[in-house]
Design a protein around this ligand. Structure first.
Ligand SMILES: *Cc1c(COP(=O)(O)O)cnc(C)c1O
Length: 224
């Protein structure tokens, strides 16, 4: 049993007919939990470590019908090859050297990769993501002008953790403004990914197109 159906019903009701994707974040949960959620209707899964996702999920092309796998955690350059072989999208792209590495690995195997650029909307030091809108838009330009094997799909952000509603709303509003600028500049950039178990209702009111939810679907993670 997972909470997928309840969470999905809640998200779809709050979206009010607007198309919103629900990414079921299965990190630290076993593949049996993934398959339970799949049976409940989940199709997109999110993981944050390359090694874990390769051990857990079958390779692309051998997964259950319609199942997609997104990488949502920080990616080191030396793991890019292993990531692009296994995932359908990388949502945590946060530097130009990382972009260049993804481009090179995809070019070498003749494939393309969908990516989101991650924005550090809360300004928290320990968070990953581009620190300013200017830097993020420069990275977007770089993809469009020099990366034939990358499709820029949009922007991802993680809100301030444990923040009060006003701070969360401020961060999500900043992300939405930057996303609007990105979408104007790049036609393929149509997805704004923000909202997790604690803050997805706020994210939806701020214009999110995709929420990434783990705990509310699968329960607490056991990091032990
Ligand atoms: C773990 C994680 C989530 C899901 O977090 P929950 O609070 O369990 O819903 C979403 N996005 C990212 C980037 C994560 O690392």
């Amino acid at each position: 049993m997972t909470g997928y159906r309840n969470v999905n019903d809640g998200v779809m009701a709050a979206a009010g007919g607007r198309h919103v994707d629900l990414v079921a974040v299965s990190k630290f949960h076993p593949y049996e939990a993934v398959m339970d959620a799949y049976a409940d209707g989940a199709r997109i899964f999110g993981e944050n470590r390359v090694q874990e996702l390769r051990e857990k999920f079958p390779p692309k092309g051998e997964r259950p019908e319609g199942m997609k796998l997104y990488l949502i955690g920080q990616l080191q350059r030396n793991k890019v090859k292993k990531a692009v072989e296994w995932v359908d999208r990388i949502e945590s792209v946060d530097s130009i050297p990382l972009i260049d590495k993804i481009e090179a690995e995809c070019a070498s195997i003749g494939s393309t990769m969908d990516v989101l650029l991650e924005f550090n909307s809360s300004g928290e030091e320990q968070k990953s993501g581009f620190r300013s809108g200017e830097e993020l838009l420069l990275a977007a330009d770089h993809i469009v002008s020099s990366c034939g094997h990358i499709v820029l799909k949009g922007l991802m952000t993680v809100g301030p953790l444990g923040g009060d509603e006003a701070r969360i709303r401020e961060a999500f509003t900043a992300a939405k403004e930057l996303f609007d600028a990105l979408r104007t500049a790049v036609q393929t950039a149509t997805v704004l990914s923000m909202g997790m178990s604690e803050d997805w209702p706020i994210a939806l009111t701020c214009g999110s197109d995709e929420v990434r939810i783990g705990t509310a679907i699968f329960g607490e993670r056991n990091y032990g």
